[in-house]
Design a protein. Structure first.
Length: 500
């Protein structure tokens, strides 16, 4: 029986007694122990009625069992659907209705609310708490450590990851076994990841960066992973001398640079610092090199495509550029008007094709057609330049998107929620520079005639509907929104007038 991802990432470790996941308490789960736990969790999935192709929603704390559950979903032929733990019940309800999962694994503290949401959908609920206990681990403890792996081919779905949309509705990106494995292979080779590596893992595991870029490459290479429950600056600094790699968003690096304990000596054993998910400022890149002697390797990707480009491991890493197309991946810069390639050095839309590119959006064929060409090229919405030797620089975005601390926030989603508050006529949500998160969310509000609410009241009304990281940090009450002659809101003017 073959299963593309399981056979490459998990099966080879059945007899591997080297440490794999080392948690905050210092306990190490070996690779062989991981393989056994994956099988136990796959047995739980089967016992819960999960059939091949069924979706499993996971909104649970970062635990070794959470990552083993990803492996179990792969082994059982199911589709893993991780969700940001910050999402509110209102947001969760959308994903549950859209994805129609067979099983939802939630934090123990949310069990009652999630059970209520699931009652009409026929989805079962299991729990996994921040202390590692819950009905999921309890069920896994008593079932066999072997499981008959379900056959899955390269084009079968392995994961469904939601990414917010410019229309305000989140879209589920369908990722196949081939999409994930091809990218893991490309990155492992390019970054030279081996069993001698020890990765500091402080990212969340509900997004591509922490889940696929970090975990799939580690599994493929057999590397050790210092698996932190969350970003913890002290712990990262403590681990630097015993580790070889760190993967993070730019906020990780600006925070580390703000700490005098970040020194060349402390980083002497490190061989690779990777940054992605948001633009890394050239000044951060330079300051990091000056302080540590290491040049951060910046790469670029998307949920729909996995990683697209990377600065070289051997060779020059240039600040402000995201490097070359990964092996097996083609990048074209096209005219947003005609879709035809633009001359070298001109700005255009970044498009990408390869085994890394997803299969389309779940239940949204028209969105898929809009963004994924028949030729196989995916239209990223990012604007870039390709140099004569193929190096890509991102110069802007055609899509209206704010990236805060590596989390993507689509203004349309926030505007829709604010506009529903009684008394609000319209709103415009935009990002302004922020020293820690890169960008911070701001909302300009126009009220209906005769109505005035303060920012605190609006904040209170939208709080149950939007994850905290999406909520505006500032409300600007205006008489009118700046518009161009076509009537389009000029967010650049709002940004100019209201940046700190
Ligand atoms: C936390 N808060 C935030 C953010 N994170 N606010 C805005 N933006 C954020 N990113 C708020 C909380 O709501 C809370 O608000 C307060 O900050 C403290 O929360 P805490 O959890 O303690 O924050 P933290 O531990 O300091 O987290 C910051 C962080 C985290 C470490 C930068 O956001 C993070 O891990 N980001 C990584 C995201 C990521 O993995 N992105 C990859 C996406 P209050 O105090 O008001 O309640 S994948 C992707 O983009 C593509 C594919 C790619 O290329 O990788
Ligand atoms: P997501 O929708 O979460 O998959 O985020 C993907 C988006 O993050 C891309 O379309 C880019 O706009 C942005 N992104 C990812 N990596 C980088 C990077 N290294 N530099 C600039 N933007 C990036």
């Amino acid at each position: 029986m073959t299963n593309t991802l399981y056979d490459a990432l998990i099966a080879p470790h059945a007899e591997n007694n080297a440490p794999f996941l080392i948690n905050d308490e210092g306990t190490a789960l070996t690779y062989a122990g991981f393989v056994r736990r994956v099988a136990q969790l796959a047995n739980v999935l089967k016992n819960m009625g999960v059939a091949p192709g069924d979706r499993i929603v996971v909104q649970a704390p970062k635990q070794t069992d959470t990552i083993a559950l990803y492996g179990a979903a792969v082994q059982a032929g199911a589709v893993y659907l991780p969700l940001n733990t910050a999402y509110t019940q209102a947001e969760l309800s959308y994903f549950l209705n859209d994805a129609a999962p067979r099983l939802v694994v939630c934090d123990s503290k949310d069990e009652a609310a999630v059970t209520r949401l699931c009652s009409d959908l026929g989805a079962k609920v299991l729990t996994l708490g921040a202390d590692g206990t819950g009905s999921l681990p309890t069920a896994a403890d008593t079932v066999p450590e072997q499981f008959d792996t379900v056959a899955r081919g390269p084009d079968d779905l392995a994961a469904l990851l939601y990414t917010s949309g410019t229309t305000g509705r989140s879209k589920g990106a369908m990722l196949s076994h081939k999409n994930l494995l091809s990218n893991a292979r490309a990155l492992t080779n390019l970054w030279d990841i081996t069993r001698n590596d020890r990765l500091i893992h402080a990212l969340p595991i509900f997004h591509t960066h922490g889940l696929f870029v970090a975990m799939n490459t580690s599994l493929l290479a057999g590397a050790q992973v210092r698996f932190m429950a969350a970003f913890d600056q002290d712990a990262i600094l403590d681990e630097l001398p015993n580790s070889t790699m760190l993967m993070g968003v730019p906020t990780f690096y600006t925070r580390l640079l703000g700490d005098p304990r970040l020194t060349k000596d402390r980083c002497a054993g490190m061989r690779l610092f990777v940054s992605g998910s948001a633009p890394l400022l050239a000044e951060t890149h330079t300051a990091f090199t000056d302080r540590t002697g290491h040049r951060i390797l910046e790469r670029y990707g998307m949920t729909e495509t996995n990683m697209i480009t990377s600065n070289p491991y051997q060779g020059e890493r240039i600040e402000g550029t995201v490097g070359y197309a990964l092996p097996g991946t083609e990048v074209e810069i096209t005219s947003p008007d005609t879709g035809q390639p633009v001359p070298v050095g001109d700005i255009g839309m970044i498009e990408v094709r390869g085994d890394n590119v997803f299969q389309g959006y779940w239940n949204m064929p028209e969105k898929t057609t809009e963004e994924l060409r028949d030729s196989g090229f995916f239209i990223t919405g990012d604007l870039g330049i390709k140099s004569a030797d193929g190096r890509i620089s991102i110069v802007g975005r055609q899509k209206d998107l704010i990236i805060s601390g590596g989390y993507n926030i689509y203004p349309k989603e926030i505007e829709d929620v604010i506009n529903d508050v009684a008394g609000v006529l319209e709103s415009a949500v935009f990002g302004v520079p922020h020293p820690d998160f890169g960008e911070s969310v701001q909302a300009a509000i126009i009220f209906e005639n005769g109505v005035t609410l303060d920012g605190a009241t609006i904040a209170q009304k939208i709080a149950p509907l939007l994850a905290r990281f999406k909520q505006p940090r500032n409300y600007i009450l205006l008489d009118a929104l700046p518009r161009n002659s076509m009537g389009k809101v000029q967010k650049n003017i709002l940004r100019q007038d209201h940046s700190p």
